[in-house]
Design a protein around this ligand. Structure first.
Ligand code: ACO
Length: 416
């Protein structure tokens, strides 16, 4: 085994080097403190591997994303979201029997307990649907205590999340809840729960269904991002499945993470209302004192391009064409991307559009309200969170996540 040599003021030690499947290299410092008394300091964890994982591979330099070894482009082109969910959670794509069994189970667990409907009544009409989603996911643990049913609870969660999401939308517009139907696929069922009203027939548009399927697959996992690390962090204390997932929802909500898709649309609208003056917004994005960032740009890992953004850019064009729509925000987004990619500031910092830059345009075309965008992201990310939580829970060497710190506060003092 290769080792790395670390020279400290008072000693020199050798640390094991770990090499991943794709030749990614890491220095194993797990015995560093015990051996030397030193810890590492890495604010924001940019250089810290928190686990070894066999779920998702990303090469940020080359714009590669694979789930369980399959390139995202292939999965997006040939699978349904539930097949990808199965792949992430169980490690392999399902054969025909397992696929039928999984789809059947997910379809039959879509109803939420009737008592849960009362919770929706208590929220103000303008409650953010991410707040409702987080609360409802935690609440599932009151109906299925401690997430003690293992695999069945995973099925329940995947099945019930779209129902909760659609109910939170119905609540916000004051319409009656539309119950799930067992003869519809996952995406169609969700769309119907969102848009149907009891007095009318509702036909799911195949273009919208396919776009939703694609979006969900592209969001399904992304290794140790902020929300996934949160899920692992909470789960590492052996908190139950539902509590751990609710923590993931909360982490995703922030505008630097999943909340960016809502912020992108708000930014594009602002630019449109301001006469489409890109230059002004580029200047603001470059000025650290402005507090303004180009939302949907930049990524901790992708430093070349985000493969998901590439797929979504062409999907945005296709969906709008298929639905016979045009959206001035898509033109603004493309214009802004062109200007940013030619700008020294963005080039030097290797800032490219991320998945959120174009996803919002497609959600808009589908009729999804802006406040629901991050909820859509959460629906997509759920299988990834579950897979990562399961991998952590099943790791015999798993320990509670408990980072250290370097204390820089005042020394001991006395109140007297
Ligand atoms: N607009 C303007 N400048 C930016 C942007 C941006 N969107 N993103 C990064 N920068 C600048 C930073 O100011 C910094 O400049 P400096 O080196 O002169 O100080 C440099 O680029 C590096 O940025 P960091 O913030 O250090 O990068 P980090 O990896 O910590 O953050 C993040 C990544 C949060 C995605 C950041 O790029 C960002 O805030 N983007 C906008 C929000 C966004 O789109 N989030 C979605 C991320 S994808 C996802 O979660 C699905």
């Amino acid at each position: 085994m290769d080792t790395a040599k670390l020279t400290l003021p008072d000693q020199e030690i050798e640390l094991p080097i770990i090499v991943g499947t794709e030749n990614e290299k890491a220095i194993d410092i797990s015995r560093l403190r015990g051996t030397t008394g030193y810890i590492t300091l890495d604010s924001g964890y940019g250089n810290t591997g928190s686990c070894a994982s066999g779920i998702t591979f990303i090469d940020g330099e080359q714009g590669i994303l694979r789930y369980r070894g399959y390139p995202i482009e292939e999965l997006a082109g040939s699978c349904s979201f539930l097949e990808v969910a199965y792949l992430l959670v169980n490690g392999n794509l399902p054969n025909a029997d397992k696929r039928a069994d999984f789809l059947d189970k997910v379809t039959k667990h879509t109803l939420i307990h009737e008592d849960m409907k009362k919770f929706f009544e208590g929220y103000p009409a303008n409650a953010h649907p991410m707040a409702i989603l987080a609360s409802m996911v935690t609440s599932l643990s009151t109906f299925y205590p401690d997430g003690a049913d293992g695999e069945l609870d995973i099925i329940r969660l995947i099945a019930k999340a779209p129902t909760i999401a659609a109910f939170s939308y119905k609540k916000s517009v004051g319409q009656p809840f539309i119950y799930p139907r067992n003869d519809l696929d996952y995406a169609s069922n969700f769309l119907r729960m969102m848009w149907a009203i009891p007095s009318e027939e509702y036909e799911v548009s195949p273009a919208v269904r396919d776009a939703l399927n694609l979006l969900l697959i592209l969001h399904a996992d992304h290794e140790q991002n902020c929300s996934t690390s949160t899920v692992r962090m909470v789960g590492s204390s052996q908190a139950n499945l539902f509590a751990s997932m609710a923590a993931g929802v909360s982490a995703l909500w922030g505008p630097l993470h999943g909340g960016a898709n809502q912020k992108v649309i708000e930014m594009l609208e602002r630019i449109r209302d301001d006469g489409g003056d890109y230059a002004k917004y580029m200047d603001m994005a470059k000025d650290k004192n402005s507090g303004f960032r180009l939302m949907g740009f930049g990524h901790r890992v992708y430093k070349n391009f985000d493969p998901r953004a590439r797929i979504l850019k062409s999907a945005a064009d296709n969906v709008l064409t298929e639905l016979g729509l045009s959206d001035p925000l898509l033109d603004i987004a493309k214009g802004l991307e062109e200007v940013a990619l030619a700008d020294d500031y963005f080039v030097a910092r290797r800032l490219y559009p991320n998945v959120d830059f174009y996803s919002g345009i497609i959600y808009r075309a589908m009729g999804i309200p802006t406040e629901m965008f991050t909820v859509m992201f959460a629906l997509g990310r759920l299988p990834g969170w579950i897979a990562q939580w399961k991998e952590m829970r099943d790791d015999p060497k798993g320990r509670i996540y408990r980072p250290r710190q370097v204390y820089v506060g005042s020394g001991e003092r006395s109140v007297g």
